[in-house]
Design a protein around this ligand. Structure first.
Ligand code: LER
Ligand code: MN
Length: 274
């Protein structure tokens, strides 16, 4: 069993954003390392402006591996998306993801395509056009991922936050249209909890096609706080040979240290007996 438990961190997150460690990476990367984390998912607005060398140095100094990069704030702040109507917005989104690929490259990490996929409304409500745009953009991203030696994780997100690939089956169908070995599914327990009839069965149908996993309980608190069946989910992941990361896309309630400690001990407890 080699799944890695990764802490999320962002320099700009606040409020009920599902990010465990908030504030300058100079503080959060050492803090997660002190609590026992050896892997991180960093949420970054723009990799080309953040000081890549600074991040590499902090990770190195603290013995933390960069497993994935969260990219959604570009959509939230700038509205750029892979499926949007204008060529410029799509190219800007692809360029933003390319910047993140350069950051992920030394770690062969995952760059996430979640919210940055965009919504049908970005395409004037034309779902066919949106899906065509998204597919074409993802093909380009697949070539870039190959160039940088990374993977793009297409995040399966529930119907209230996305319009294409809202469950594992639809996600697989989209990726088969894209046809890139460098793009795989990225699943998130919160979204699976909303959309799947049987989460374990859906995961087992995606053997070899999952590259990244977000974990949080059904209300986005740390795993073990509420009612998601993490034992069943981790067993299904183990059964399909998944050996990537379990990244904690959780709120930091009641506080970062408590959520980080409880997440680690709960998930380790399950992984140890699988
Ligand atoms: C992004 O990873 C995600 O899961 C969304 O629900 C945004 O928070
Ligand atoms: Mn997620």
């Amino acid at each position: 069993m080699t799944m890695k438990i990764a802490a999320t961190a962002s320099e700009t997150a606040g409020g009920d954003d599902p990010i465990l460690f908030r504030g300058p990476f100079e503080e959060t990367i050492p803090a997660m390392a002190r609590l026992g984390y050896r892997a991180a998912e960093l949420h970054i607005y723009d990799s080309d402006c953040i000081g890549r060398e600074r991040i590499f140095r902090l990770l190195e100094e603290n013995g933390v591996e960069l497993v994935s990069i969260g990219t959604g704030s570009a959509y939230e702040k700038d509205g750029i998306s892979l499926g949007g109507a204008g060529r410029e917005t799509r190219e800007a989104a692809i360029r933003r993801l390319e910047g993140h690929m350069k950051t992920a490259a030394p770690y062969h990490g995952i760059v996430i395509a979640g919210l940055i996929a965009g919504r049908v409304e970005d395409c004037g409500g034309d779902k066919g056009q949106f899906v065509r745009n998204l597919t074409e953009s993802l093909k380009i991203c697949g070539e870039l991922a190959e160039k940088y030696g990374v993977y793009l994780g297409f995040e399966v997100m529930n119907r209230f936050e996305s319009d294409c690939g809202t469950n594992i089956e639809e996600g697989k169908a989209l990726l088969s249209m894209v046809g890139s070995d460098r793009i795989k599914l990225h699943i998130d327990t919160v979204h699976l909890n909303i959309e799947e009839d049987d989460i374990g069965a859906a995961i087992r149908q995606a053997k070899g096609q999952i590259c990244h996993v977000h974990v949080a309980d059904n209300n986005r608190w740390y795993p073990g706080h509420a009612h998601i069946d993490f034992k069943g989910i981790l067993k299904a992941l183990r059964d399909i040979g998944y050996d990537g990361a379990l990244a904690l896309e959780t709120v930091n309630f009641p506080d970062t240290e408590t959520a980080a400690r409880k997440s680690l001990s709960y998930l380790r407890g399950i992984l140890d007996i699988l």
